[in-house]
Design a protein around this ligand. Structure first.
Ligand code: COA
Length: 265
């Protein structure tokens, strides 16, 4: 088990068996995202990126009730035009860093994921959800709009019509609807959520880390462009992966009927 040397105030980091758990830790405010929490999240993910022991990240929230109940409404209430834009840009940058981590990130949504909390989960690659949990983008009810990527990532994941219904009504959706929309990958009773999440993490960990990184890059970059350009990105990355020691190790291990020993090289 390793943890971060520089302790953060609002986020904990612990890595065991190559799975790093990053926990947003402000339970008295349902883990709401103020500027300090966002800075700590960014620092924890930078640590995960550099941590050679970490192969997959699980992101979750402290306490019984919430994953993250949104951006901190107290901070939002004092913002100006310039300040609002700057906050949105900073938040988007933190979430972009998660999406582009180069290691799979699973959002384990253990309670309320509202507003910025759902947007945080949308920047992760995979989402698991506790049954009975409400998730949604209630921003318009406060007369703001999602500003941490929600208007962009949600329609890309669930389609424009479903995203607009969620964004314009501001109403949370039920777990079975989230599953039906493809917004989450698994729903499980709260007491089984960790086990279900770790099972997914372990299924990924056995694979080549460079292959995971390049497969994610191909999907993320390729689906933001034309099919022709996306296929070009894929074949370029296929060429790059073909130059790696890990590719030779993976293929030889199969031929030699043994488990591969990947080095990330
Ligand atoms: N920002 C700041 N503080 C928040 C917060 C947020 N987004 N969400 C919850 N909190 C705080 C509450 O103010 C309260 O603090 P207090 O004890 O000092 O009064 C504490 O967290 C507990 O929340 P509470 O509302 O008492 O819990 P609840 O179980 O009754 O309700 C929610 C839970 C999630 C339904 C409710 O907290 C809520 O609606 N939060 C805002 C959700 C939202 O609109 N998010 C999008 C923001 S853009």
């Amino acid at each position: 088990m390793t943890s971060m040397s520089a302790d953060l105030e609002y986020v904990t980091y612990a890595c065991a068996d190559r799975i790093a758990t990053i926990t947003v830790n402000r339970p008295d405010k349902l883990n709401a995202l103020n500027d300090a929490v966002m800075a700590d999240i960014d620092a924890a993910f930078a640590h995960a990126k550099a941590d050679a022991d970490c192969g997959v990240v699980v992101l979750t929230g402290a306490g019984e009730k919430a994953f993250v109940a949104g951006a901190d409404i107290g901070e939002l209430a004092t913002q100006t035009v310039r300040g609002g834009k700057a906050k949105s840009l900073r938040g988007q940058a933190v979430l972009n860093n998660i999406e582009n981590l180069g290691k799979p990130v699973i959002a384990m949504i253990n309670g309320f994921a509202l507003g910025g909390g759902l947007e945080l989960a949308l920047a992760c690659h995979i989402r698991t959800l506790a049954a009975e949990t409400k998730i949604g983008l209630p921003e318009v009810g406060l007369s703001i709009i999602p500003g941490y990527g929600g208007t962009q990532r949600l329609p890309r994941i669930v389609g424009r019509g479903r995203a607009l219904e969620m964004i314009l009504t501001g109403k949370p959706i039920r777990p079975d609807t989230a599953l039906d929309f493809g917004l989450v990958n698994r729903v499980a009773p709260a007491e089984e959520l960790l086990e279900v999440t770790l099972k997914l993490a372990k299924a990924m960990l056995g694979n080549g880390p460079l292959a995971l990184a390049m497969a994610m890059e191909s999907v993320l970059r390729g689906t933001e462009t034309s099919l022709e350009e996306g296929l070009r990105i894929e074949c370029d990355l296929f060429g790059i992966i073909s130059s790696t020691d890990d590719m030779r190790e993976g293929l030889n291990a199969f031929l030699e009927k043994r488990r591969p020993d990947y080095k990330g090289l």
